[in-house]
Design a protein around this ligand. Structure first.
Ligand code: TXA
Ligand code: MG
Length: 352
């Protein structure tokens, strides 16, 4: 299959863009797949109400079919049509965070096929904050099932060219809306248990949810790396975002981290390996060898979220064998950053 790649400027949805979005919507209504930008990462979209579309999504990504998909909507009334009952807490969350990087889990009704939810009776729903995504959802009939638009196991795409790398030839269309704003996948909160529970940390933090809902729990497996429990979001059990090279996170006093990484880099290079270092704006110039990339500034954690997956992809493209990363603060959005980084490293951490 030939994959068509079309650029759209989110801030200027003109007649040409509308015509493209109408065509993309028809592809989805007809059972095809379109990759599109959201504010978090690019999604791989198909009709959420069509079991065949969900099957195609799993096949294109090479994703295990027990890993449920997120249903993207453009209107709150469309949520009411696919869930059994909407808890009052959900309306508070819609009001505070939608459209935005928050996915909410509720009990599904019969309109959502089990193929979309990986066999679960619950459904994950989100309203993305991106004009291209919202218009595409409307043009597609209201419900787009979309996982991140990467091949299973690769970092989520923050640029259209990464969707192309992973999915070209397997899907009908890629909408190129430039680099996404946030860069990490949405926060997932489950409203089907007594106390709302965060199943995946993201830009919307547990504290922000607590301000609106009161008590909010967090899936133990997010904070306890050694937990033998199963994560409640099935996708969280996979070693996601795996770069091709071996990544080690180095924790400790900043001076010692730099010295240690410099030593390890020299050693690995002597063995003929290509080495990459994940640094920050402040530390970047202090690394003496290897390919050094800054993910941003510690004072602006959003900048780190924005760049992290891109840097991991770049190291892949440059065939880096060994990577070392500084560690980041685990509070606020840092929790999401460390969650993704630890997964990329297969929990390989050195504490100095
Ligand atoms: O930001 C995002 O959420 C992006 C964009 C495209 O919207 N999407 C995304 O989808 O990250 P995906 O498929 O890569 O991750 C979905 C996660 C998986 O960990 C999955 O197991 C979990 O959501 N999930 C989906 N439905 C669920 C459900 N009913 N119960 C528990 N976890 C669920
Ligand atoms: Mg994903």
């Amino acid at each position: 299959m030939e994959t068509e790649i079309l650029k759209i400027d989110e801030n200027n949805i003109d007649d040409r863009a509308k015509e493209i979005l109408a065509r993309a919507g028809k592809i989805i209504r007809d059972g095809g797949l379109v990759a599109f930008p959201t504010e978090t990462v690019y999604g791989l979209g198909g009709d959420a109400l069509n079991p065949e579309s969900s099957r195609k999504i799993y096949a294109a990504k090479g994703r295990p079919s027990d890993n449920p998909l997120i249903v993207h909507v453009a209107e709150v009334k469309d949520v009411e049509a696919i869930v059994r009952d909407i808890p009052s807490q959900a309306y508070k969350l819609f009001e505070a965070f939608w459209p935005g990087p928050l996915t909410i889990i509720m009990n599904k009704n019969e309109r959502i096929p089990y193929e979309t939810t990986g066999g679960l009776d619950t459904v994950a729903i989100r309203m993305p904050n991106n004009q291209i995504a919202l218009e595409l959802i409307r043009q597609s009939g209201g419900y787009i099932a979309a996982p991140s638009a990467n091949a299973s196991g690769r970092p989520s795409p923050t640029l259209a060219r990464y969707c192309e790398e992973d999915l070209s030839g397997k899907i009908e269309m890629i909408l190129d809306g430039g680099q996404v704003g946030i860069g990490l996948e949405s926060t997932i909160v489950d409203l089907t248990s007594d106390i709302p529970m965060v199943l995946r940390p993201g830009y919307i933090t547990r504290e922000m949810l607590s301000d609106v809902l009161g008590d909010v729990a967090i899936d133990r497996t997010i904070i306890d790396n050694n937990s033998s429990e199963r994560p409640k979001a099935p996708g969280m059990k996979y070693r996601h975002y795996a770069p091709k090279g071996v990544l080690t996170i180095v924790q400790g006093a900043p001076e010692e981290v730099v010295a240690y990484i410099n030593d390890m880099t020299r050693e690995a290079m002597q063995e003929g390996k290509k080495v990459g270092v994940i640094a920050t704006d402040a530390s970047q110039s202090r690394y003496e060898a290897g390919t050094v990339k800054s993910v941003g500034s510690r004072e602006d954690e959003a900048s780190i979220a924005h760049e992290l997956f891109k840097v991991l992809r770049e190291f892949d493209d440059e065939n880096i064998d060994v990577m070392f990363s500084e560690s980041f603060d685990d509070s606020g959005i840092g929790q999401a950053i460390m969650n993704r980084l630890l997964k990329a490293a297969g929990h390989n951490v050195i504490s100095l």
